[in-house]
Design a protein. Structure first.
Ligand SMILES: Cc1cc2nc3c(=O)[nH]c(=O)nc-3n(C[C@H](O)[C@H](O)[C@H](O)COP(=O)(O)OP(=O)(O)OC[C@H]3O[C@@H](n4cnc5c(N)ncnc54)[C@H](O)[C@@H]3O)c2cc1C
Length: 413
């Protein structure tokens, strides 16, 4: 790994977002770019992600973003020589109620309007695709054949290889502790190894992005909210090509991990951190919440046969960053020239990393699209926000991730 150095562009954070931005900058012809990472590359939130990549949403913008990500993942190995372990297994959105089916019908319309293939499966097709479903409980099942999952570490390795090939450098154990912006213009960043000059900082510090923004005197509502899933011991009938399952009525998702089941979900009473309490050096430890995980397991076993007695092999967890309106915080910050945000992924920063990185690049162009402009951090500067209220709202976005209508504004990976 390289040391921190003088560079035109400095990206703070070597998770999926920082590495994706580095890759896209390099592809766009910027070679004087460095990534400064506090610990190791892909060692924090990104390393914990389930890697689900879902394209079916109510929001046309998010649908198109996800479709671009899928097209991109399919070609990434060709470009970098490294596979992101992208498996296009297809996905099923299972509805247990007429209201949910109505929502899925609306999603199917958005998909069709945007050229994404989806269809409702009849019972024969459904039993071919997912034989262990408890068919009696299912109201409908929406199939998206081009969805799937990838391995976050492999994805980040591919970004890093592609970026390095174009001259981007990566320094690890290089926590940024200060950013100097005299007269409202970024000129340097400081790590324990000293100060290096840079004229553009991109803040991709994940749940710490609010603390990094504080280094230039900006307060933004980047709220870490706990998320977790378990991987079972081997489960009969499961193999890596089983389609990804989402059961929004139960707040859960599942996919195969080898011959085991990976299952996570969205808690009705989530746990978040006060964004104002975080410092750049804060360590975010998450203890597994076995009660919550047992609830996910119980819900999954209620719609799939043969999962009652599976053991647990491992638990993954972290604090993905949410915003109070469930939207990314992307783009230059008014009043601090050379400071750009790439944060608040609302728990789909792995699947959305490619599209989000493209948005970051676009946000720095003279005339970004209205959608990219709408992600600007300035929306939180225009009307100063109440910390507690922002935290509650961000937490609510998490708690209602799969609620009816939630994907119109939020994630739904
Ligand atoms: C259990 C779980 C399951 C998930 N499942 C999915 C999924 O299926 N699909 C999906 O798309 N997303 C998923 N997510 C969300 C996804 O992990 C995040 O959206 C994504 O990892 C965010 O990436 P990031 O690069 O912004 O953050 P991170 O990966 O946290 O990277 C930020 C980096 O910044 C570094 N940093 C912070 N401060 C500084 C500093 N001062 N100087 C230098 N470096 C600094 C940190 O060390 C860290 O490495 C999941 C998350 C969890 C916890």
């Amino acid at each position: 790994m390289a040391e921190p150095r003088d560079a035109s562009i400095t990206i703070i954070g070597g998770g999926a977002i920082g590495c994706a931005v580095a890759y896209f900058l390099a592809r766009d012809g910027h070679s004087d770019v460095q990534v400064l990472e506090r610990t190791e590359l892909c060692a924090e939130t990104s390393s914990q992600a389930a890697g689900l990549v879902g394209q079916v949403r109510l929001s046309p913008d998010r649908t198109r973003l996800a479709m671009r990500s899928v097209a991109f993942f399919s070609g990434l190995e060709r470009e970098t020589g490294i596979s992101p372990d992208w498996r296009q297994t297809g996905s099923l959105r299972i509805s247990l109620s007429p209201e949910r089916t109505q929502e899925h019908e609306q999603m199917a319309r958005v998909a069709h309007d945007n050229g994404l293939e989806v269809r409702f499966l009849g019972s024969h097709e459904l039993s071919d695709v997912a034989p262990s479903l408890e068919f009696g409980k299912i109201h409908s099942a929406l199939w998206c054949p081009s969805d799937g999952y990838l391995q976050p570490n492999s994805l980040v390795n591919a970004y890093v290889a592609g970026a390095k090939a174009s001259g981007v450098t990566f320094a690890t154990n290089a926590a940024v502790t200060a950013i100097s912006a005299p007269k409202g213009k970024v000129v340097s960043v400081t790590t324990k190894n000293g100060t290096v000059s840079t004229s553009l900082v991109i803040n991709a510090a994940g749940p710490w992005a609010g603390a990094v923004a504080n280094l230039v005197g900006i307060r933004l509502p980047v709220v870490p909210v706990r998320h977790e899933y378990f991987i079972s011991a081997g489960a009969p009938g499961w193999h890596r090509d089983v389609p990804v399952l989402r059961v929004p009525d139960l707040g859960i998702y599942a996919r195969a991990e080898g011959e085991a089941v990976l299952c996570g979900g969205w808690e009705a009473n989530a746990l978040s951190l006060d964004p104002d309490s975080l410092r750049t050096q804060s360590i975010l430890r998450v203890d597994p919440d076995l009660e919550v995980l047992a609830g996910f397991h119980q819900s999954l076993a209620s719609v799939l046969v043969g999962l009652d007695d599976i053991g647990v092999q491992s638990i993954f967890r972290g604090y993905p960053a949410f915003s109070p309106d469930g939207r990314f915080i992307v783009g230059p910050v008014r009043g601090v020239e050379g400071f750009v945000m790439a944060a608040a992924c609302n728990a789909h920063g792995v699947s959305g990393s490619a599209g989000l990185a493209e948005h970051v690049l676009e946000s720095m162009q003279p005339d970004p699209t209205p959608y990219v402009r709408s992600l600007s951090p300035d929306r939180f500067l225009d009307s100063p926000f109440d910390g507690d209220q922002s935290r509650q709202r961000a937490q609510r976005i998490y708690e209602t991730y799969y609620a009816l209508g939630a994907s119109a504004q939020g994630g739904l990976r």
